[in-house]
Design a protein around this ligand. Structure first.
Ligand SMILES: [Zn+2]
Length: 461
C-alpha cells in the first residue's frame, strides 16, 4: 500500500518535472527561432561569402580568402575560440576555357558544345584530342562494345533519372567520377560525360573524378544536357564519321596547405563532450558556391551566433567546423577525424548541411537504435514544420565531411535534408549563385538545426 502511494507520488513528481522541462524547452526553441527569423545574419554572411570571396576551390586564392573570412565571421558571431587546423589539400587548376566542337569546314557552320573539364582531370593540352565519338548509355553498354572504344572519345549519355527523386544524383554521378578510368581501360583517348543534373539547359556541371591507377589518365569533360542531346543526334546523323576536337588545359599541381576553420563555445558542464556542426568551405570554380556549400557554412555559423545572442550556455562544447576540400579530396574531413583520434576527443554528435537550403524536411540520422528512439521523442518540437512530413530517417548519412568522424568514433550523425528539388539544377555550375537562395528557407533550416543541437546538448544522446 505504502509502496503504491510512494510510486504514485514519485510518478506525479516525474510528470511535473518532465512537463516543466518540456515547456522550458519550448520556450528556448521559440527564443532561438525568433532570433533566427527576425534578426538572422546567415543571409548577410552568405552575401559576403558569395560576392566578396566568390569561388574557393582547394589551393586557389579564393580558398585562402574564404579561410580568412570564416575566421573573422566566427569571431564576430561570438566564438570563444576560433582557429585554423592545417591540412594538405589537392591543387587542381582549370586553365583556359575548354573547347569541344567539330571543325570539318564542310558546312557553313560546324557545331560546338558547352563543356567544362571535370575536376581532378588531366587536360589535353593545346594540341587537344581529335577523335571519333562513341556514345554509350551506361557501363553495361561500354562493356558490350569495348572492342569499338580504342582510339575514340567515349561519350556517356546517361540521363539524370528524375523518377528516383532525391536518389537521381547518386545514381548518375558514377559516370562522372569513374567513367574516365572505365573507358581508359579499353583504350579510349578521352571521355565526355552528360552533366549530372535534371535541368535542361546549356550549363555544364563540373565535379570530381577519381582515376583508377591501373589505367592511363585520360581527359574528361562534362557537357551540358542540351549539348549532350545535340551531340547525340549529330553523331547519329551528319557527323557520324567526323572527328570531334576537344581541348582542355587543366592540370593537377602539387598538394598545398589548406585549413579547416573552427569556432567553439566551450561547454559549461561537459566541456570534453564535443558537438560538431559544419559544412564545407571549398567550392567548385563556377558560380559562387552559394548552395554548395555556402549555405551550410553560414547556417552552421548562425547556430553559434544565436546561442551566444540569446544567452544559451551549452553544456557540451559546440564546435563549428568549416571543412576544407570536400569537393575534390575530403582532406579536411579526414584531417579533422585524425586529429580527434590523436587527441582522444569525445564526439557525441555531428551535424552537416550540404544539400542546399530549401525548405527543411528532416534529418538523416546515422546512429544507434537507442539514440534514434531518443531523437524520435523530440518530434513534437518540430511540429511547426508539419511533423507528419518532417522525418528523422533512420540510418541516413550525415554528410561527407563528418563521415570520417563516424568511422573513427561511431559518432551519431545528423544530415540536414530539405525538399531538395532545385539543388541539382545549379549544383557545380555557373548557376550556383547567391540570388538562387531564399532567405526564409535558409533561416528555417537554421531553426531545425539549432533546435536539434539544443536538444542533444541539453539531454545528450
Ligand atoms: Zn557540397
Amino acid at each position: 500500500m505504502i509502496k503504491g502511494i510512494i510510486t504514485a507520488i514519485l510518478f506525479s513528481i516525474f510528470t511535473f518535472l518532465t512537463g516543466f522541462a518540456q515547456s522550458d524547452d519550448s520556450v528556448m526553441i521559440k527564443r532561438l527561432t525568433d532570433e533566427i527569423l527576425l534578426n538572422g545574419k546567415a543571409m548577410q554572411n552568405l552575401y559576403t561569402l558569395c560576392k566578396s570571396v566568390g569561388t574557393r576551390l582547394s589551393g586557389s586564392a579564393g580558398m585562402y580568402k574564404a579561410e580568412a573570412w570564416g575566421l573573422q565571421v566566427l569571431k564576430e558571431a561570438g566564438a570563444e575560440k576560433a582557429y585554423l587546423q592545417q591540412c594538405m589539400v589537392p591543387h587542381w587548376v582549370r586553365g583556359k576555357k575548354e573547347y569541344a566542337g567539330y571543325q570539318t569546314k564542310k558546312r557553313s557552320e560546324d557545331p560546338s558544345f558547352d563543356v567544362l573539364a571535370i575536376g581532378n582531370s588531366v587536360g589535353t593540352g593545346d594540341k587537344g584530342v581529335l577523335a571519333n565519338v562513341i556514345e554509350v548509355k551506361n557501363f553495361e553498354e561500354l562493356l558490350q562494345r569495348k572492342a569499338e572504344v580504342k582510339g575514340k572519345i567515349v561519350f556517356y549519355n546517361y540521363p539524370f533519372n528524375k523518377t528516383l527523386l532525391r536518389g537521381a544524383y547518386g545514381d548518375a554521378v558514377r559516370y562522372r567520377s569513374s567513367g574516365a578510368s572505365m573507358a581508359a581501360k579499353y583504350g579510349a583517348l578521352a571521355v565526355i560525360v552528360r552533366s549530372v543534373t535534371g535541368a535542361y539547359d546549356d550549363n555544364p556541371h563540373t565535379g570530381a573524378l577519381r582515376y583508377n591507377d591501373s589505367f592511363p589518365k585520360i581527359p574528361a569533360l562534362a557537357i551540358s544536357t542540351k549539348g549532350a542531346d545535340k551531340l547525340s543526334s549529330l553523331i547519329k546523323g551528319a557527323y557520324k564519321d567526323e572527328n570531334l576536337f576537344i581541348r582542355s588545359n587543366c592540370e593537377m599541381l602539387a598538394d598545398t596547405i589548406g585549413h579547416n576553420v573552427i569556432g567553439e563555445l566551450t561547454g559549461t558542464e561537459f566541456p570534453d563532450e564535443i558537438i560538431t556542426i559544419g559544412g564545407h568551405l571549398d567550392s567548385w570554380d563556377q558560380g559562387e558556391g552559394a548552395s554548395d556549400d555556402g549555405t551550410g557554412i553560414v547556417q552552421s555559423i548562425e547556430i553559434l551566433r544565436v546561442f551566444k545572442t540569446i544567452g544559451y550556455k551549452p553544456k557540451r562544447t559546440i564546435r563549428i567546423v568549416l571543412f576544407a576540400n570536400e569537393e575534390n579530396g575530403l582532406r579536411g574531413g579526414n584531417k579533422y577525424a585524425d586529429e580527434a583520434k590523436l587527441k582522444k576527443e569525445k564526439h557525441v554528435m555531428a551535424m552537416e548541411s550540404d544539400g542546399g537550403a530549401e525548405y527543411p524536411r528532416g534529418f538523416g540520422c546515422g546512429m544507434t537504435k537507442e539514440q534514434y528512439a531518443k531523437v524520435m521523442g523530440w518530434t513534437k518540437f518540430f511540429e511547426p514544420f508539419d511533423a507528419a512530413k518532417f522525418a528523422f530517417s533512420e540510418g541516413g548519412g550525415g554528410g561527407a565531411d563528418i563521415g570520417p568522424l563516424q568511422t573513427a568514433f561511431k559518432t551519431a550523425q545528423f544530415g540536414l535534408s530539405t525538399t531538395g528539388q532545385r539543388y541539382f539544377d545549379m549544383h557545380h555550375s555557373a548557376l550556383d549563385v547567391f540570388e538562387k537562395v531564399n532567405a526564409q528557407e535558409l533561416n528555417l533550416c537554421v531553426v531545425v538545426m539549432a533546435s536539434m543541437v539544443y536538444l542533444v546538448d541539453k539531454y545528450g544522446l
